[in-house]
Design a protein around this ligand. Structure first.
Ligand SMILES: [Mg+2]
Length: 427
């Protein structure tokens, strides 16, 4: 292994539900689920009674009578996330966000100035509690894998730092499902072969492991089981959302026009995500009406994606849910953001075939556009008969709400430019 490193993993506890309990004291100590429809987050009181994210609200209520279901307020969560990351950025020079509510911090070499990793972890928690009012758990260790698992062990509202030299004693008793990057399909294959713990992964010869889970997964799992996974942090991947919007007037009830806009915005945003190697789980719709009222709605997908079809389906669902408004009022702005980002890494051990096929198509479309320009390929829906299209200007709205300071500076430098792409068609 290379020189010992100190990594912290900070993870907000029951993030969305904690924001609701912070902002409404009557919810504190009670089982709270953020909905509506599907549970997007559950407070620890609700989790203790079997409520899990992804459950239908009706089923959650059956399990947990007295469950308080509140509508999601994505704006409040993004604002809280931004403030938490401001705290993290002030604590360590290298912060790698994993999503809106968790991040790695590299605190290697900070000991003399800032104290032990454990002392830094306690200070981080106190600062987030004081400045943002939210509980956050912190794990620490010599690799990202150990730090991530340790924060899980620290939850809720705690600290767990795995001391150098004790990593294997911490790792080996854990069930295979706990390994970060070991998805359900890989875990099922391991279980079916009688491998239930990390210790068993560590002792089985790698060729035998490869026959069970495949070569790449075997190499990665073996490295994890011996704590030899020394990937560096990627602080440069500091972006926490991808967004774009279009300030274009769309008359009330012009459903086809609105859908054409949805397609164009989605293609633009997913293409940028793919070229940055990122995937996201939460799709956000933003609308502004002619009377300057605004609407923001979000949906969280079962798994992260950068596939145009999956993001477009979610975006269309949000638009359909807002139809009572878009049919009665003229729109002056439509925007999309994809957040809850993760790196699109080989950690995604399972890809269903249909999603793979969509990704292949997206890759071909991206390649053609990279080579010949954004106008080289267009969806048939975007061609002809739409006089408004040539006047489109897609103002870049990267991260203006939830990026960190670095991103905000970059976005500021870009702002004001009217980007080409879909707006460059001759009238
Ligand atoms: Mg969390």
């Amino acid at each position: 292994m290379t020189a010992a490193r100190s990594i912290l993993h900070a993870d907000l506890d029951a993030f969305f539900a904690s924001v609701e309990q912070r902002d409404d004291p009557s919810l504190r100590g009670r089982p709270v689920a953020v909905g509506p429809g599907v549970v997007m987050a559950a407070s620890y009181e609700a989790r203790q009674r079997g409520v899990r994210s992804g459950m239908g609200v009706a089923g959650a209520r059956r399990r947990c009578p007295g469950l308080v279901v509140v509508p999601s307020r994505f704006g409040a969560y993004l604002e809280a996330s931004r403030r938490v990351f401001a705290v993290l950025d002030a604590i360590a020079p290298d912060v790698e966000p994993l999503s809106v509510d968790e991040a790695f911090l590299d605190v290697t070499g900070l000991e003399r100035i800032c104290g032990t990793p454990e002392a830094i972890a306690h200070r981080l928690r106190a600062a987030v509690r004081e400045q943002v009012g939210l509980p956050i758990s912190v794990g620490g260790g010599s690799t990202t894998q150990i730090a991530k698992l340790a924060s899980g062990a620290a939850k809720p509202d705690g600290v767990r730092v795995v001391a150098p030299g004790t990593e294997l004693a911490f790792l080996h008793p854990l069930p295979v499902e706990r390994i970060w990057g070991c998805g359900p399909a890989t875990a099922a294959k391991l279980r079916a072969s009688g491998i239930a713990t990390v210790a068993q992964i560590a002792t089985i010869p790698e060729p035998a492991l490869a026959r069970i889970v495949g070569k790449a997964a075997a190499r990665s799992l073996a490295a994890i089981a011996w704590n030899q996974e020394g990937r560096p942090l990627r602080p440069g991947r500091g972006r926490r959302s991808f967004g774009t919007q279009s300030a274009v007037r769309i008359a009330a009830g012009a459903t086809e026009r609105l859908d054409a806009q949805a397609i164009a915005l989605t293609e633009r945003v997913t293409r940028r995500m793919r070229s940055a190697g990122r995937e996201g789980r939460t799709v956000v719709l933003r609308l502004r009406f002619e009377d300057y009222t605004r609407l923001s709605r979000a949906v969280t997908l079962p798994r992260p994606t950068a596939a145009t079809a999956a993001v477009l389906a979610a975006f269309r669902g949000l638009l359909a849910a807002a139809r009572d408004l878009t049919e009665r009022r003229d729109l002056t702005l439509v925007g999309i953001a994809v957040t809850n980002l993760v790196a699109a890494t080989p950690r995604q051990l399972e890809l269903p075939f249909d999603e793979g096929a969509g990704a292949a198509l997206d890759a071909v479309v991206d390649a053609v556009r990279d080579r010949f320009g954004a106008g080289a390929l267009r969806r048939a829906t975007l061609l002809g008969g739409e006089p408004g299209l040539s006047a489109w200007s897609l103002a870049d709205a990267d991260n203006d709400e939830i990026g960190n300071a670095r991103d905000l500076r970059a976005a500021g430098a870009r702002r004001g430019q009217v980007t080409g792409g879909l707006g460059d068609r001759a009238p």
